[in-house]
Structures are given as structure tokens and as C-alpha cells.
Design a protein around this ligand. Structure first.
Ligand code: SAH
Ligand code: SF4
Length: 344
């Protein structure tokens, strides 16, 4: 069995290197090659002895995802399709903004949460991604971009529910922020969850270096559970109580995401109620007008409804941003990612 090096933590890499009978510091040297230099072969690791490189080539492998296609949207968004070693496919989306280059990555092949408005959810879960597969989306795209275009932000909002794949996501986020890893700062990584309470608590307790976004999508438990089956297990009130107890660093806020669906959760009363239930939580709200997806009957509300909803929340004192849907023409927008599950 070849060891996929990008699945290893720093400690595991040290143990692996020790197992080869080499000096411990070689582990960090190799990690720098993997994540800073973004090496694709052991031959590139020129400060390692030839003999060690040959040993690594015999026992380990570097990459776990292969870029298949890149689609470019009229608005500059790019969607990358990756094929995994087992034939499954996942998608990552690169979103350029004025001074930011945000990469939206996947954490699972598909998703088991079954939210009724989401295409990823419609296909169910094929499997979790490994830490290497999560990280490689960033490494491969960063290499493709070259030195002049640096990825500035990373959001775990692609395919999958990140907290349903907790350990691998934790490990990948750790390496994103590590000095031998990708060197992104904690404030530039955002993890979006459907509201898995035990894992949210673990995230705080274990100080996983990322910011938190929570998909609310409704202002009442009744509507929320009709849209998101997980709300039966982790009700709206309990999710909000968990957020209220979240020890936020100074000046940081939780982001609440709210997909606006015509006639379902977009009334003035919904907006006012949302303002009430968020009281006391340092937060901002991202409104995402629904991206319509084939086979799903929900509709996007007209723009004036979206603006009115925003105004009510702003008047109630919440920073409220309408998330422009980028990349809709190439099906790269929220809820439109599907990839291809092997065998389906
Ligand atoms: N599973 C995580 C992260 C991936 S989904 C989560 O649900 O938070 C990222 C965001 O896309 C979520 O806020 C989700 O509510 C939103 N989304 C899903 N389907 C959508 C659609 N069809 N249109 C707009 N946003 C959608
Ligand atoms: Fe999964 Fe998020 Fe889609 Fe819900 S919205 S099905 S949690 S990817």
C-alpha cells in the first residue's frame, strides 16, 4: 500500500519518516515541498538525498485528485471538476472578487443531509473525502493559477456537509493554516454547516482554526424541518442556543446563511422573525436567492422581495449581504454542484 502523504498530519508524517529510519526534520521539509512548492513528484524534492527520494517513491504517493475539466463563467468564476482515484468526481469553484480570490471546496462526494432545495443533497452521499482530497483541491488549483494569483480565502461550502466528515476536515483545516501547509490565516477559512450540534461544539472545544457559517434557511422550526430533514434531529432553537454559546474571538461574527425560496420563507414576517431569533448573537446574514435546479420545484423570489427582506433585517440592525450567485451559467453556484458518483 502506497501511503498518500497528503492524508498525514505533521505528527503522522514524522512517524512515517521515523519508520523509514530518517531524521524527524525531514517530515517538515517534505511538507514544505508538498504544500508550499506544490511538488507533484519526489524528484523535485532536490534537498532530499536521492536514496530517500527513491524510498519515498516506493512507499508513498503525492496526489489524490486529478483535474479533469475547467469551465469558465462569463462573470470570471471557474468550476474545476476533479476525478478521484476511485473514479468519483467532485467540484471546486474559484470566485474572483475585487481584491479576493475565494476557493469553494468540497468535503464529501455527495451529501447525506437531503436538503430539499439542493442538488448535491438530491443524489445522497457516496463517501467522505480524505484529508488529502480536501487539501488537494487547493494545492492543484493554486498550482494551476501560478504565483501571481494567490488564493486568498477558502470556504468549505462545496459538495458535502463538512461536519459530517469531522476528523478529515479538522485535519485539512489544520494544514491549511499550518506554517508547513498552505499558510492561510484562520480568518480566511469559513466552514459552512447545516447545524450538526455535537460537531459544532467540538469545533469550538478543539479550536479548529476557521470561521463558522450556519445554514438556517428558515425562521421557524416548522419551515426549517420541511426544508432540511436534519432539523428534526437538531432543531432550530438548539442550533441557535449553540451559536449563542460559541466563544467568538473579538470582532468576529458567525455568518447565517439563508436561502430565499419564493412563497416558502421569503415573507416580511419571516424576515422580522429572523431578526428576532438572532438577537444576542454577534452575526451577519448572507441571503442567497435560490438557484433553481432541475427536478426541484422551488422558485427564486423576484429581486424586489429579496431587497425587501434585506431591508427588514438591516433595519433590525443586522449586517445583511445578498450573495450574488456567481457562476450560474456553468452550474457552479450554491446548490448546483453535483459531480459524478461512480456507478450512477
Ligand atoms: N453542507 C453545508 C455546506 C455546503 S452547502 C451547508 O449546507 O451549509 C452551501 C450553501 O449553499 C448552504 O448555505 C446551502 O443552504 C446553500 N444552498 C444549497 N442549495 C442551494 C440552492 N439551490 N440555491 C442557493 N443556495 C443553496
Ligand atoms: Fe448537504 Fe449543504 Fe446541500 Fe444540505 S445544503 S444537502 S447540507 S450540501
Amino acid at each position: 500500500m502506497m501511503v498518500p502523504l497528503k492524508n498525514l498530519t505533521v505528527a503522522e508524517m514524522e512517524a512515517f519518516i521515523a519508520g523509514l529510519g530518517k531524521e524527524r526534520y525531514r517530515a517538515r521539509q517534505i511538507m514544505r515541498w508538498l504544500y508550499v512548492q506544490k511538488a507533484t513528484s519526489f524528484d523535485e524534492m532536490t534537498d532530499l538525498a536521492k536514496e530517500l527520494r527513491a524510498e519515498l517513491a516506493r512507499t508513498a504517493c503525492i496526489s489524490s485528485v486529478e483535474p479533469s475539466t475547467v469551465e469558465r463563467s462569463a462573470d470570471g468564476t471557474r468550476k474545476y471538476l476533479f476525478t478521484l482515484a476511485d473514479g468519483n468526481q467532485i467540484e471546486s469553484v474559484l470566485i474572483p472578487d475585487d481584491d479576493r480570490l475565494t476557493l469553494c471546496i468540497s468535503t464529501q462526494v455527495g451529501c447525506a443531509m437531503g436538503c430539499r432545495f439542493c442538488l448535491t443533497g438530491a443524489g445522497g452521499l457516496a463517501r467522505d473525502l480524505t484529508a488529502g482530497e480536501i487539501l488537494d483541491q487547493i494545492v492543484v488549483i493554486a498550482r494551476d493559477l501560478g504565483v501571481e494569483n494567490r488564493i486568498s480565502n477558502c470556504v468549505l461550502m462545496g459538495m458535502g456537509e463538512p461536519l459530517a466528515n469531522y476528523e478529515r476536515v479538522q485535519q485539512a483545516v489544520g494544514l491549511m493554516t499550518s506554517a508547513f501547509g498552505l499558510g492561510l490565516s484562520r480568518r480566511r477559512i469559513t466552514l459552512s454547516t447545516v447545524g450538526l450540534i455535537p460537531q459544532m461544539k467540538r469545533l469550538f472545544a478543539e479550536k479548529v482554526p476557521c470561521r463558522l457559517a450556519v445554514s438556517l434557511n428558515a425562521a421557524t422550526q416548522e419551515v426549517r424541518s420541511s426544508l432540511m430533514p436534519i432539523s428534526a434531529k437538531y432543531p432550530l432553537d438548539a442550533v441557535l442556543a449553540t451559536c449563542r454559546a460559541f466563544p467568538l474571538p473579538p470582532r468576529e461574527r458567525i455568518t447565517f446563511e439563508y436561502v430565499l425560496i419564493q412563497g416558502v420563507n421569503d415573507s416580511d414576517a419571516d424576515a422580522r422573525r429572523l431578526g428576532q431569533i438572532l438577537r444576542g448573537i454577534r452575526c451577519k446574514v448572507n441571503l442567497i436567492p435560490l438557484n433553481e435546479v432541475p427536478g426541484i420545484a422551488f422558485r427564486r423570489p423576484p429581486e424586489k422581495t429579496v431587497l425587501r427582506f434585506q431591508k427588514i433585517l438591516m433595519d433590525a440592525g443586522y449586517l445583511t449581504i445578498i450573495r450574488e450567485s456567481r457562476g450560474r451559467d456553468i452550474s457552479a453556484a450554491c446548490g448546483q454542484l453535483r459531480g459524478l458518483v461512480r456507478g450512477s
